[in-house]
Every structure is written in C-alpha cells, then in structure tokens.
Design a protein around this ligand. Structure first.
Ligand SMILES: [Cu+2]
Length: 180
C-alpha cells in the first residue's frame, strides 16, 4: 500500500509541476495600445509579451498611410520587443503586424492598430480617425489560450488526487493506531 501511495504521489507531482512551462508567450500590451489614438506618432512601437520571446526571428512591420515605416530590425529585450519607426512617418492610421518566436520555440503572431494625429514628419492626419475594431485572435493566439486550459485542468485534477490520497493515508494510520 505504501509503495502504491508514493507512486501516486510521484505521478501527481509529475503532472502538477512542469505544465506551466508549456504555455506560449502571449502579447500582453503594446505602446501605443491597440485601437487608441495618440497625439504624436511615437519614434518606436513596443510590444510586451507574457514571457521573454527568443531574440532570434522577431519581425515587426509598421504600416501607415505612406506604406511600411519600420526602421531596422526589432530589438528584443526581456519581455519587450521594440521596433523603431522611420523619422518621416506621417500622421494617420497605422497597423502593426508582428511575429516572434515564443520562449517555447513556437511562433506567435498577430496584428494591432492605432491612429497618430501628428506624424514624425510634422504632418497632421487628413482623414478623421477611423473606428478601430479590436482584431480577432489569430489561430495561434486562440490555440495558445486553449492550450492553457489543459495544464490548468491537469493541475486541478492532480491536486484533488493528492488531497484525497493524503486524507486516505491519515484515516489508515488512525485505524492502525486503534488496533492492538
Ligand atoms: Cu508553444
């Protein structure tokens, strides 16, 4: 019985402990934030992920009224991915498309948008700010969110198993004490 108990305990720990390391990095926030209007076009856009993305393979394309204005390669530092913008970027609607390599080696990609009233070139956006619609999750983001559910369920199940086992063992030892 004791051998079975320790085997179950080991199994429970195996299931409970390493599952949190399996999740994708998810985009937590951006600057400018998705769907917002900023008075002046920033010199760079920053994407902050839930974990540190890998330094290799990051791509960020900033596209506005004059086309793509990304300047150079994005810089990955901790959870932040920073993309410089060309100094002649005009005011207007911008879309940022990104693709980074998650800490677990999987690609994570998506899009967000913002409106800059005044450009880095001093120009004012001629068109009024359009109504921004928050972009729908990409398949990868949806899958990343879904994949979190399995580790959480496994952790809950293994915790319940461990608690049940602990209770059973306590009852057993009490019974054993009562016997002559
Ligand atoms: Cu992954």
């Amino acid at each position: 019985m004791r051998r079975l108990a320790s085997a179950l305990l080991a199994l429970g720990l195996l299931v409970a402990v390493p599952t949190t390391a399996l999740a994708h990095d998810v985009l937590e926030r951006t600057n400018p934030a998705d769907g917002t209007t900023v008075s002046t076009m920033p010199a760079s856009v920053v994407l902050t992920f839930s974990e540190d993305p890998l330094a290799i393979g990051a791509q960020v394309v900033v596209t506005g009224p004059s086309g793509a204005v990304s300047s150079g390669a994005p810089a990955v530092s901790g959870r932040d991915v920073t993309q410089a913008v060309a100094p002649d970027a005009p005011g207007g609607d911008y879309t940022v498309t990104y693709r980074v390599t998650s800490g677990d080696g999987h690609p994570v990609s998506g899009t967000f948008s913002f409106h800059a009233t005044v450009g880095l070139d001093g120009s004012t956006a001629t068109a009024p700010a359009t109504v921004h619609v928050r972009p729908v999750d990409t398949d990868e983001q949806a899958a990343a969110r879904g994949s979190l559910l399995v580790p959480i369920l496994l952790t809950v199940v293994s915790t319940v198993l461990l608690l049940g086992l602990a209770g059973y063992l306590v009852l057993r030892s009490r019974e054993a004490d009562r016997r002559p």
